[in-house]
Design a binder for this molecule. Structure first.
Ligand code: URA
Length: 250
């Protein structure tokens, strides 16, 4: 059973209203609990045991927060750092919550899709190579890729230091631009894979993680909450793919 939470907190947990705005809505009588108006922001309720509507729209409450950031260059993917700004600095106050952490790591100069959540189990599954959750990147490279490079990615590259990569996808989009699909997240993986084929990366952007695509309307540096559909799709991706776990090469 979920613990009982104040009604104004249940509303503000969705990130759509501040606690103060939630209080106003509740006092106006626009918030119904099981169809009945409750004008007390301080009233404590179990969100899983009641149905809540705000202006007639059902409130989707989740114990966890799921945020999408369009990461700009220049920010570390870390929860804190003394010397450089981190992606956590970009989260607006109303969406901040203890336990939030980035899912996986993008290099300081990498841009694009970053999921930030306090759902540790989902984060773990999304990052596990056994779950087959593809991460898709656009890579701008200095050079021209060939069909042989694509075949080498598909076979599974062995990097200069002997690191073996799982089979990955390389698609040549246009001169100097390619799409890379990987399902693991080794240190500087995409840059090292492309460098091993003599294609040094000049810019890298993550555009997809499993079913979750970067919202192209989200400006760089902006955070938004995931929709209920996006959260469901992520959950389904790790469950379904989890049934097809494969051996992880090392
Ligand atoms: N691979 C890289 O090389 N860098 C990233 O930031 C992500 C994947």
């Amino acid at each position: 059973m979920t613990k009982r939470l104040r009604l104004d907190k249940l509303l503000s947990d969705t990130g759509r209203w501040t606690r103060k705005e939630a209080g106003v809505l509740i006092r106006q009588g626009t918030v119904l609990i099981d169809g009945v108006s409750l004008r007390k922001p301080e009233e404590k309720l179990d969100p899983e045991a009641v149905s809540i509507t705000v202006n007639g729209v059902p409130l989707i409450w989740s114990a966890h927060s799921y945020l999408m950031l369009n990461k700009p260059a220049g920010y570390l993917t870390a929860t804190e750092d003394r010397s450089a700004p981190t992606v956590m600095d970009l989260i607006p106050d109303e969406l901040r919550k203890p336990g939030l952490a980035p899912v996986g790591r993008l290099d300081k100069d990498t841009t694009g899709l970053l999921l930030i959540t306090d759902d540790g189990a989902l984060a773990h599954h999304l990052l596990s190579p056994k779950r087959h959750v593809d991460k898709i990147y656009l890579a701008w490279v200095d050079g021209t890729g060939t069909e042989e490079d694509c075949a080498a990615f598909a076979r599974g590259l062995v990097l200069g230091d002997g690191t073996r990569c799982l089979p990955a996808g390389l698609e040549l989009l246009e001169q100097g631009l390619c799409r890379v699909t990987v399902r693991e997240g080794k240190f500087h993986q995409v840059k090292r894979m492309l460098a091993s084929r003599n294609l040094p990366v000049t810019a890298l952007k993550r555009v997809k993680m499993g079913p979750l695509a970067l919202d192209e309307t989200l400006s760089e540096g902006v955070v938004r909450m995931l929709t209920a559909t996006e959260i469901d799709q992520l959950r389904q991706a790790v469950v379904i793919n989890g049934q097809h776990s494969s051996k992880c090469t090392k």
